[in-house]
Design a binder for this molecule. Structure first.
Ligand SMILES: N[C@@H](CCC(=O)N[C@@H](CS)C(=O)NCC(=O)O)C(=O)O
Length: 409
């Protein structure tokens, strides 16, 4: 049988899979041609498809954009196609799910995942809002799927093709185990349908996400955050020590003054401590620390994550520490910290110690978006003796249940 038209798209587009699955289940087929949106979008293409997006369909009869319309075109080739429902109520339900797949899933998943993939600019509030919208949609879907195998009737319809192909990217990239546990019915439904031969043929084997995509700051931003995001103290020690004071002065851009710069000078040089810590075994470095520490110019804080009971996978907890540090960019000059993840998956805590210039938690720390999620408790000089061992253990990550951590330098 001759193809009903030619789809142009980049390879492995789940929107094309939607059209191909629909076509195969409707007894027709599409030809698919690779289209490079950067180089192939010429005047002729734009003349036919002024929106300039792919996939598109070219056929003798009609030129179409919007993948759901392309898929529908295939389904409409078959008279009384059960994929499109048998009764007016079913047809309307299928329309409902088609719109749901586009407006609630595709759009919001795109808002969540595309910034993480670097396709569009990352703006945290937008990504968070899109994530919440996906969760809301999946919450509804989860409730509805409690008592259903398929969305409409007792077999696969266009509704399932649209919803499952829309969900595929999420299950591959961001719906990790913990996330899937919140939406068990959706996960069961997705795996049931996605494992059908015709879905596998066009969608490929969907490997469920293990490590969710995370935002990675572009190199320029990363430079400032890099020392904080390093993995383990031992590894860090191989890295260059923090810059000496004269190197710091060579920096071109004058930084805005911090209130902390107006404090009386302290004999405790934070950078010297950071070098000591980076270049020596912590049990030796800690001796230097207590010999040089100035309790008038600096303060020590026990830091605990406030929502430890909500933590799930330990690597995610460690990512939270990284996220916190990434927002403490302006505090590097005034603070040192070691925060660790203790425990195991689904039963872990984030805690640590910070050494901070001055006697208060400074603006450079409390201004960070995540500051509110941490409890900073000051250790008074009278408590130092009793806390010395614990402070050492946090600096050295010397706890049996320590699984990971990050040092802020
Ligand atoms: N709702 C459309 C979405 C199409 C779409 O967003 N296509 C993207 C690629 S996945 C595109 O062509 N983007 C290029 C652009 O925005 O210029 C559909 O389902 O076909």
């Amino acid at each position: 049988m001759a193809p009903i038209g030619t789809i142009k798209s980049y390879p492995q587009n789940t929107r094309v899979a939607k059209a191909q699955i629909t076509a195969e289940l409707s007894g027709v087929e599409f030809k698919v041609e690779e289209f490079n949106i950067q180089t192939d979008k010429n005047a002729e293409f734009l003349n036919k498809f002024p929106l300039g997006k792919i996939p598109v369909l070219e056929s003798n009869e009609v030129n179409l954009f919007e993948s759901s319309a392309i898929a529908f075109y295939a389904a409409a080739q078959k008279e009384n196609n059960p994929l499109l429902g048998s009764t007016p109520a079913q047809k309307a339900e299928i329309m409902q799910w088609l719109l749901f797949s586009e407006n609630e899933i595709n759009t919001n998943l795109g808002g969540w995942i595309y910034p993480l993939m670097g396709y569009v600019t990352y703006m945290k509030p937008n990504v968070d809002a899109a994530t919440e919208k996906v969760k809301r949609a999946l919450g509804a879907l989860n409730t509805i799927l409690k008592s259903k195998t398929y969305l409409v009737g007792e077999a696969v319809t266009f509704a399932d093709i649209a919803v499952v192909t829309a969900l595929a990217l999420g299950f591959k990239t961001v719906f990790d185990k913990a996330f899937r546990a919140e939406f068990k019915n959706v996960t069961r439904y997705f795996t049931t349908v996605a494992n059908k031969a015709v879905f596998k043929k066009y969608l490929g084997e969907v490997e469920l996400c293990e490590t969710p995509l995370k935002y990675v700051a572009p190199k320029k931003e990363k430079k400032a955050a890099a020392p904080a995001a390093a993995a383990a103290p031992k590894k860090e020690k191989k890295e260059a020590a923090p810059k000496a004071a004269d190197e710091e002065e060579a920096k071109p851009a004058p930084k805005p003054k911090s209130k902390l710069d107006l404090l009386p000078p302290s004999p405790f040089i934070l950078d010297a401590w950071k070098r000591e810590y980076s270049n020596n075994d912590t049990k030796d470095a800690i001796k230097w620390f207590w010999e040089h520490f100035d309790p008038e110019g600096y303060s020590i804080w026990k830091v605990d994550y406030k929502y430890n009971d909500e933590l799930t996978l330990t690597f995610m907890s460690n990512n939270l520490i990284g996220g916190f540090y990434a927002r403490l960019e302006r505090a590097h000059k005034y603070a040192f910290g070691s925060m660790i993840v203790r425990g195991e998956n689904n039963n872990n805590t984030i805690s640590g110690y910070f050494v901070v210039r001055g006697q208060e938690v400074p603006y450079e720390i409390y201004d960070a978006a995540d500051y509110g999620s941490y409890n900073f408790q000051k250790i008074e000089p009278s408590q130092y003796e009793e806390k010395k061992d614990e402070i050492f253990k946090y600096f050295a990550w010397d706890f049996e249940d320590c699984v990971d951590g990050k040092v802020f330098k």
